[in-house]
Design a protein around this ligand. Structure first.
Ligand SMILES: Nc1ncnc2c1ncn2[C@@H]1O[C@H](COP(=O)(O)OP(=O)(O)OP(=O)(O)O)[C@@H](O)[C@H]1O
Ligand SMILES: [Mg+2]
Length: 473
């Protein structure tokens, strides 16, 4: 039942843990999508610009080639034949002049009559057939179009991976021009303009990497902070659950004790009167027996002794079951302790126990019930003496509490048998006893009395090293 409670209490915090993990995952996905979106957009803008640039450039090239090459060559040779080195050199010079400083990787011109590369700034490509492809066909029909050939991904950010390559190829029809530079419908060929975008793509991929790294970094920091908060909350909740459990336990315990007390009180009450009668009758019997049969009086004395012991036990039961409300007056704790020790004097001598007393004479008077506190001291001292069957030392100490708090600290220490942790734990539990003839109520009563005075009692003890009872009032 209790465990169940604790489990339901902790549940919401498991949820928070789950949220921290899923939050991390969501933000990571978000960072990836964001970086992809930004880089894709940047890539598109770059391509559009470069494509527009290629078209303007091609337009210019078309014009220059037509004006400076096509017209003069046709006039001079009657037709264009690039196999003629002179013609080729002229065209090459014009193209290189136009390309110079324009950030263009290569220029290639395809002949429109047969799909053959008639001119290229890359010498190996000249004369090849069928290299144009689909884009060449489209350009032949008057359409401008481009293709991007690139190898590059986030993987390229790792060291040792081969470098990024990216090339934009734009295909534009090579038109015949009117004298004023206006286009005609006659398409003489196709111009292919290649631009190297490797550096730009590399920068975009770097940007992508930076966005992802930054998001991961920020999220990890957030995650760590969240985890710390959750861990702290967990500890607080656990501590509260523990407190509640202890409180519940104490509540159950006091309920149990109250029931026990009522039962003990009624049984003891019923025993008290008959015991009194048995005791006085036995006393009478003893006297008469002595007269009739001298020397047999000790038999009746056994009955008297045992009934008086039983009477003591019953009285202790009643004390425990019906604790008096303390009747507080200003009393001297020192005097009380000395009075209790005096009462014990004969017993101490009989058992060979030495008494040592250290009193703080500056101790103020305290508001307390003399009878009750005296009884508490006596109970603890009797235990101490009983724990020293071979004799020893009983040390009584009083002093003021630390940090100038009001009140008094009373220590009752013996050099007897001592006790282990298990015994220490049960010490104040009613009916816990290790003695043959003990009731186990002595310390339960002491605790009741100290509690009723708003004080505390603590124990220090090791087996074989005596025990120290410290009462703080
Ligand atoms: N000074 C001590 N040294 C060692 N053990 C102790 C000491 N005081 C108490 N105890 C242990 O605590 C138990 C409980 O003590 P408590 O006074 O409550 O009952 P009791 O002495 O056994 O019986 P009662 O006091 O009712 O006659 C004792 O039986 C003993 O085992
Ligand atoms: Mg006792």
């Amino acid at each position: 039942m209790k465990v169940d409670n604790a489990a339901t209490q902790l549940k919401p915090f498991r949820l928070v843990k789950f949220f921290t993990f899923s939050g991390l995952a969501v933000v990571l996905v978000f960072a990836l999508v964001l970086s992809w979106f930004i880089s894709d957009h940047t890539k598109r803008v770059l391509l559009e610009r470069r494509e527009a640039y290629a078209q303007v450039f091609a337009e210019n090239l078309n014009h220059q080639v037509f004006q400076q090459f096509v017209i003069p060559i046709v006039l001079r040779y009657g037709g264009i034949a690039l196999r003629n080195p002179e013609q080729f050199r002229l065209l090459d010079t014009i193209v290189r002049n136009v390309t110079h400083g324009m950030n263009i990787e290569s220029v290639t011109i395809f002949d429109s009559r047969e799909n053959v590369t008639s001119y290229s700034t890359v010498p190996e490509r000249i004369g090849r057939r069928g290299e144009g492809g689909e884009l060449y066909e489209k350009a032949l029909k008057g359409q401008n179009n481009s293709v991007l050939c690139s190898t590059g991904s986030l993987r390229n950010l790792l060291p040792g991976v081969e470098p990024i390559t990216c090339q934009l190829r734009t295909y534009i029809p090579f038109r015949q021009k009117k004298p004023l530079g206006k286009d005609t419908d006659v398409i003489m060929g196709v111009i292919e303009i290649a631009q190297d975008l490797s550096e730009e793509l590399e920068e975009i991929i770097e940007l992508q990497g930076i966005i992802i790294a930054a998001s991961v970094g920020i999220m990890t920091a957030l995650f760590v902070i969240l985890r710390l908060i959750v861990a702290k909350a967990d500890r607080i909740i656990e501590a509260r659950a523990e407190d509640r459990r202890k409180l519940e336990e104490r509540l159950h315990e006091s309920e149990r004790l109250a029931n026990l007390g009522r039962m003990v009180a009624s049984v003891s009450h019923e025993l008290k009167n008959p015991l009194g009668i048995v005791g006085s009758t036995a006393e009478l019997l003893r006297k008469r027996l002595e007269a009739v049969a001298p020397g047999n009086g000790h038999l009746a004395k056994i009955i008297v002794d045992e009934t008086s012991r039983l009477d003591g036990v019953v009285r202790e039961f009643l004390d425990f079951a019906r604790p008096h409300a303390p009747d507080k007056k200003a009393v001297s704790i020192n005097k009380m302790l000395v009075a209790a020790a005096d009462f014990m004097q004969a017993e101490l001598e009989k058992r060979g126990v030495k008494l040592e007393v250290h009193l703080d004479e500056t101790l103020p008077l305290l508001m307390a019930d003399w009878d009750l506190i005296y009884r508490a001291f006596l109970n603890v001292m009797i235990n101490a003496v009983q724990a020293m069957p071979e004799g020893g030392k009983l040390i009584l100490t009083t002093r003021r509490p630390a940090a100038r708090r009001p009140g008094a600290v009373i220590e009752i220490q013996d050099t007897g048998l001592g006790m282990g942790p298990q015994e220490r734990e049960q010490l104040f539990t009613p009916f816990f006893t290790t003695k043959n003839r003990g009731t186990g109520l002595g310390l339960a009563i002491v605790k009741n009395i100290v509690d009723n005075h708003g004080g505390t009692i603590e124990v220090e003890s090791e087996p074989g090293h005596g025990a120290l009872f410290r009462i703080i009032l």
